[in-house]
Design a protein around this ligand. Structure first.
Ligand code: FAD
Length: 434
């Protein structure tokens, strides 16, 4: 059967898993990534100062299991920490208190995972596949989904590599015009997994009648780091997601394998602006709202330093439909449905996109055993038709599911920053558990 050429744009967790699924089906896979190789220590993850810890749940784990990569899931899970519930922190009459709230009466749990670690593991698996080629430092800048051609800008680091080793990563069908850093790439099928500000989605809009909705919530986030204790232990319980609810804002902490915690401050933009205008108020603000953090968990000077040095980033929620155009292209992950992080499902839902997409593709894969040259045109038509049906069904099933998770994620901010402290919440939990 003629191999299909699958171009995956974006080597984040979703793109890397999609490439694994495609490569596992024998297709020729090329992965194009804007940034350098994440496994190179000089590559800084987009938007993050280092990496962040995420909650990995059943959705994501199942999708990795279905990639048919022996050992992959075991290796990923080995580098996770179970979080059986959330730990709510506060103070009453000057005394610190904490309250553990289990996620599940049966003891099921979510897992803390290092995003970069997970991403690197997927890239390592891809590297083992003979039918996968990587093109790092390549930015998608144009696409024609009727002619199935795309254009990538090679960033300078790669141009230097090419000068030294011109054949190493040249796409088979790429043409680089003299003095230009752009390459043209032909493909049968493109998978766009290039994140919330997706270029694939932007070009898809010129071909599909794509409805699009985006919303920035009035909250920014800033990352902090809680280092291990002087005796090299966790400063907080490692098996909880820690929350300091503040009503209109919150501070959270997720454990890391090195016994530190990745923490995040979620705060309305106007409150960030107030602190920016009077930086001396930062520690007081923490003491009033997140008792036990400043001084005990993060030294006051570190708190100020991290607040100043780490970016204050926006949170976007995106819905769109359809996710595909004919048989040529589909968008997955944040490219299709970026969501606010409060439900811990952005990456998990993106990984689930991959599993769902390939279920449809497998269902419609043409069953051609050995094509003779005359039958090639028929075979190509069968591929195209099969994929078109698969993509239509994928969009139909996945759009309402993704929209529902987006809405739940928005709703869960209220739960985490405020409702976890309400007596009604405890009553409801008590009834559930009784
Ligand atoms: P991305 O991770 O954004 O990867 C996209 C890739 O495409 C990047 O490598 C980028 O460099 C590349 N790219 C971009 N443009 C181009 C281009 N033009 N050409 C080529 N390549 C390009 N999710 C969870 O499941 N659980 C959590 O607990 C959780 N917590 C979160 C906490 C915070 C603070 C934030 C911000 C997010 C959180 N998320 C969480 C969401 C999660 O990070 C994302 O959903 C996930 O990273 C999306 O993966 P992706 O592969 O679709 O996109």
């Amino acid at each position: 059967m003629k191999k299909q050429k699958v171009v995956v744009v974006g080597a984040g967790p979703v793109g890397a898993l999609a490439a694994l699924y495609a490569a596992g089906r024998g297709d020729d896979v090329e992965v194009y990534e804007l940034r350098g190789d994440l496994r190179d220590p000089s590559t800084v993850p987009l938007n993050f100062t280092k990496s962040i810890n995420l909650a990995l749940s059943e959705r994501g784990i199942n999708s990795m299991k279905n990639a048919n990569c022996p050992g992959l899931v075991e290796a990923v899970l080995e580098e996770t920490i179970p979080m059986y519930g959330r730990m709510i922190h506060g103070a009453k009459q000057g005394k610190l208190f904490e309250e553990s709230q289990s996620y599940d009466v049966h003891g099921r749990y979510i897992r803390a995972v290092d995003r970069a670690g997970l991403n690197k593991r997927l890239l390592d698996e891809l590297e083992k596949m003979p039918n996968v080629k990587f093109f790092f430092d390549h930015k998608l800048v144009g696409a024609d989904f009727r002619k199935n051609r795309a254009w990538f800008e090679r960033r300078s680091k790669t141009l230097d590599d090419h000068a030294q080793n011109p054949t190493k990563s040249d796409p088979v069908e790429a043409k680089a015009s003299k003095g230009s850093s752009e390459v043209e790439v032909a493909f049968d099928f493109m998978i766009g997994a290039d994140g919330a500000h997706s270029a694939v989605r932007y070009h898809l809009m010129k071909f599909a009648r794509l409805n699009y909705q985006q919303e920035y919530i009035d909250t920014l986030w800033c990352e902090f780091h809680i280092s291990p204790s002087p005796t090299n232990d966790f400063k907080l319980s490692p098996n909880h997601l820690h929350i300091w609810p503040g009503g209109e804002f919150m501070f959270i902490a997720i454990p890391s394998l090195d016994k530190s915690f990745t923490s995040t401050l979620f705060l309305p933009a106007s409150r960030f602006a107030e602190i920016d205008a009077q930086p001396e108020k930062l520690v007081n603000f923490f003491n009033e709202n997140f008792p036990g953090v400043a001084g005990d968990l993060i030294s006051e000077s570190d708190l100020r330093k991290q607040y100043d040095e780490n970016p204050h980033l926006p949170l976007i929620s995106i819905k769109c439909s359809p996710y595909h155009y004919k048989s040529s292209v589909v968008i997955l992950g944040d490219a299709a449905h970026a969501m606010v992080p409060f439900y811990g499902q952005g990456m998990n839902a993106g990984l689930e996109d991959v599993r769902t997409l390939f279920e449809f593709l497998d269902r419609h894969r043409p069953n051609i055993l050995q094509a003779d040259p005359d039958a090639l045109a028929v075979e190509i038509d069968a591929h195209t038709e099969g994929r078109m049906m698969a993509l239509e069904e994928y969009t139909k099933q996945r759009t309402p599911d993704a929209a529902a998770i987006n809405d739940l994620a928005l709703r869960n901010y209220q739960e985490m920053r405020s409702d976890v402290t309400s007596p009604i919440y405890r009553l409801r939990k008590w009834v559930e558990e009784a």
